[in-house]
Design a protein around this ligand. Structure first.
Ligand SMILES: C[S@@+](CC[C@H](N)C(=O)[O-])C[C@H]1O[C@@H](n2cnc3c(N)ncnc32)[C@H](O)[C@@H]1O
Length: 274
């Protein structure tokens, strides 16, 4: 495994149990109510449409709350992630919540092989997924190879303009990090995480990459995908700029002051031509 992936996986392995125990991921709601859906998927439903009966894969599924939500909307879902600890939490939740989902451990770039060459009607991903991947063209190849002809990619992701901003400033919006995908990662050393937790973490060095919107679209077009939806949103499902954001409905966050200044996240859909 590459050094970046080892570092990043150690960070995710350590954070997964804290995420599963936090009120933000709300495991208890999934267990108590068989119809409960994650806020992320509830946000997605208007653009996602009816997925009943589809064969779907959720790439970088983390602890499975969105994967389980998609299964509850009627898709037959597999979740894939490279963190065995995250997948352990995901399997436990699926069992306790009584929702049938398969979970597969794999590095993203090995997903086609790990999934046994199966082809899917729906590839679902996002919400902090692309930033962990150095090569967006290789990612687009994996997505295209996983889709059956006529199958669809659905991604809602943090906007690259948001990822470029300095999260430490609380007064102004400052472009600090690369907007474009550069060969070298941005290296963060951050002892925290994005949920409420008292856990102290030790594996805190991570390598991340931004991917400009044009780069993502062009990579998919280059793999024979037809873009069918590209919507930019004035909110994102985590407190991305602490001190500048307010929480709104569906556990989304947006700039408290004139949120229309910034595309916070985007939804992109693309279909693999028959
Ligand atoms: C921010 S989480 C995704 C969040 C997810 N949407 C959620 O909130 O449940 C990112 C996930 O990507 C996974 N990941 C990061 N790099 C990966 C890689 N190279 N291959 C596979 N999974 C990876 C991590 O283990 C983590 O579970």
């Amino acid at each position: 495994m590459d050094e970046y992936a080892e570092l990043n996986r150690a960070s995710w392995d350590e954070r997964a149990p804290a995420h599963a125990a936090s009120p933000d991921y709300a495991f208890e709601k999934f267990i108590a109510d068989p119809e409960h859906l994650s806020s992320v998927v509830r946000f997605d439903v208007p653009l996602l449409g009816d997925i009943a009966g589809l064969r779907g894969v959720h790439l970088q599924c983390h602890i499975g709350t969105d994967t389980i939500s998609l299964a509850r909307l009627g898709a037959r879902m597999t979740g894939l992630d490279f963190s065995p600890v995250a997948l352990g939490q995901a399997r436990r939740l699926a069992a306790e919540a009584g929702t049938e989902v398969e979970f597969v451990e794999s590095e993203l770039y090995d997903a086609v092989q790990a999934l046994g060459g199966e082809r899917f009607d729906l590839v679902f991903t996002g919400i902090g997924a692309l930033c962990w991947l150095p090569d967006i063209e290789r990612w687009a190849s994996v997505v295209a190879d996983l889709l059956a002809p006529g199958g669809r990619l659905f991604i809602r992701e943090g906007h690259p303009m948001l990822w470029a901003l300095d999260e430490h400033r609380t007064d102004v919006l400052t472009a600090e990090y690369p907007y474009f995908g550069l060969p070298d990662p941005v290296v963060f050393n951050d002892a925290g995480t994005y949920v409420q937790t008292e856990t102290q973490f030790e594996h805190n060095t991570v390598h991340v990459w931004n991917h400009g919107l044009g780069e993502v679209v062009t990579a998919l077009l280059g793999r024979g995908m037809r873009i069918t939806c590209l919507v930019e949103h004035q909110s994102v499902p985590w407190d991305a700029l602490p001190g500048q954001m307010e929480r709104i409905e569906l556990d989304e966050f947006r700039l408290a002051d004139r949120p229309w200044r910034l595309a916070h996240s985007y939804t992109l859909q693309a279909v693999k031509e028959r």
